[in-house]
Design a protein around this ligand. Structure first.
Ligand code: CP3
Length: 345
């Protein structure tokens, strides 16, 4: 594939770059009035995710409107548990909700043992193909999936939670069941990510949004073990692992077979660089709340972030998804500041 802008791929691989690439987690979404207009014509979020033409349209919007250096396919991590047999609903102002959950060995019957991802998640793969036609090589397209631990949390809890205590409870009361479920999620996720690459994803990111609720040892056993398996199976395109809040697991994450490590805004760039060395790219990590500040402050904080970098191996992003009520003009200031910044290395 010949790209007009392949900065992000070069940054991920540790190759030479002329400036830092930039994109935002959750860039395709409610911050853009153009997204809300497309969504308003449909019954809701799920129909948008499941209609490849519309999903492709909103995937390309931030490239056209914000000038980001990568597109990320418009979908959700929850399509995987659904493909496995647990249907979800996206409730207005409440978030995801699953009717069936996994809390016992008996509940495992709700899950299909083998599934064909090309069939059940074909709508995502079609959206990837359509997006690439639309992008025409302007920027690379990022595919993604949730990490097994985070998907496990939603399958057990059935909704969001402050503590995810039902999920953590199982780790103590029935670790065998936990491993069984995590293994099944892992197998489907590997198949799904491979299918995304085949359909045209040029990079992959794994979101482990709830990594930070486990202690280091438990994260090693119930999180990292499965991330390692996934990372070892996916060698075709650059891979980013974003384990939100897993500060103490950074040394272990740095040993995974991945190119880029995503950092949330609680993690320190200088300290992390010392731990991981130059063999991985760092992605992140501006506090998403900076984008509520005045334009001059957005610029200042963004420059401050890049001033803390000690090498070229960086992809600039927020430390988590952009909040839906952020002014897109602030996002543009963030992006412009990155693009105008002169490399010191
Ligand atoms: O980044 C992108 O622009 C691509 C699309 C994307 C979405 N969700 C679209 C979405 C991606 C990469 C995700 C990942 C995702 N989904 C994660 C991991 C990242 C993270 O935020 O930690 C998680 C945990 C989910 C699960 C999820 N999806 C929740 C908890 C919610 C409800 C909260 C919310 O933001 O409304 C969603 C809904 C969702 N996923 C929306 C979007 C644009 C909002 C739905 C809408 O349009 O109303």
């Amino acid at each position: 594939m010949q790209f007009k802008n392949d900065l992000i791929l070069r940054a991920a691989k540790g190759e030479d770059i002329e400036r830092y690439p930039v994109w935002l987690m959750r860039q395709a979404g409610r911050i853009l009035p153009e997204y809300r207009a497309v969504r308003a014509k449909l019954s809701g979020f799920k129909e948008l995710v499941e209609t490849p033409e519309r999903a492709a349209e909103v995937t390309v919007q931030p490239v056209d409107l914000l000038g980001v250096d990568a597109a990320i396919i418009f979908s959700d991590i929850l399509v995987v548990p659904e493909a496995m047999g647990l249907e979800y609903q996206m409730l207005e102002a409440k978030g995801p909700w699953f009717e069936k959950t996994i809390r016992s060995v008996d509940d495992m019957k709700n899950i299909d043992v083998t599934i064909d991802v090309e069939d059940r998640l074909g709508y995502v793969l079609e959206a990837i193909r359509l997006t690439n036609k639309e992008l025409d090589g302007r920027v690379p397209l990022i595919g993604f999936a949730g990490a097994p631990w985070t998907i496990f949390c939603y399958m057990v809890e059935g909704k969001g939670s402050k503590t995810f205590s039902e999920s953590r409870k199982i780790l103590y009361t029935n670790p065998t069941l936990a491993h069984e479920l995590l293994s099944r999620i892992t197998d489907v996720t590997i198949q799904y990510l491979k299918a995304q690459v085949k359909a045209g994803a040029h990079m992959l990111q794994i979101f482990d949004s709830w990594a930070g609720i486990l202690g280091t040892e438990q994260y090693a056993e119930f999180g990292m073990k499965y991330l390692e398996k996934i990372a070892n199976e996916l060698n075709e395109v650059p891979l980013t692992i974003f384990s939100k809040g897993a500060i103490t697991s950074v040394p272990a994450i740095a040993k995974l077979n991945c190119n880029t490590i995503g950092l949330d805004w609680n993690m320190d760039i200088v300290e992390t660089r010392k731990i991981i060395g130059e063999s991985r790219t760092i992605q992140g990590n501006l506090d998403p709340c900076v984008l509520y500040a005045a334009h001059s402050e957005v610029e200042k904080q963004t420059i401050r972030l890049m001033d803390s970098f000690t090498s070229k191996r960086h992809i600039v992003n927020l430390g988590h998804g952009v909040y839906p009520d952020v002014d897109p003009e602030k996002v543009k200031t963030f992006i412009k500041t990155v693009k105008d910044y002169e490399l010191r290395f």
